[in-house]
Structures are given as structure tokens and as C-alpha cells.
Design a protein around this ligand. Sequence first.
Ligand SMILES: [Cu+2]
Length: 92
Amino acid sequence: MPLFDCPETTIALQCDSPPVLRVRTGTTVVWEWTGNDGGHNVAFDDADIESDDVSPEQGRTFEHTFDAAGTYRYYCAPHHALGMRGAIIVEE
Ligand SMILES: [Cu+2]
């Protein structure tokens, strides 16, 4: 998976191509639904962060501000096995 360095404080992602992002603490990451390929959600392996129910709605967004350093692996539950997953690497 590609690794992107993100100096901005707000990052917008689309669920089709979940990447690995490296961001600073305090960054808000926004996932935006494309409306393609059925229903999606955003859930995390090791953190209590999760969007609401699976939804196909285009334009829907979910956002989270990462205040603590660490590696946060996330996925879309319906498409986890298809590789719809990524990670947010949060650094001080
Ligand atoms: Cu999905």
C-alpha cells in the first residue's frame, strides 16, 4: 500500500482506495463515501473508533481527530477480505 505523508491538519479520504497515511498528532482524517461498490463503514483493529452502520450513501462522511501517537489500522467490514483497509500512522 502506498504511504503518504500528510502535513495538512485535515485529510480527506475516499473508501475506494484506503491508503497508509503518516500524519501529525491533532490531525483530523475524514473518510468520504464514494457511493460505489455497495455499503461501507470504517472500523479500527485496536482502537475504539468506528463509524455508524454500513451505508452505501454517497457523500456521507466520518471523521476522527488523532490526538495520540500510534499506528491505527482501519478497514471496511464488508470489504475487509477484498483489501479495503489501510492505516493511519500518527507521530508527534
Ligand atoms: Cu467497503
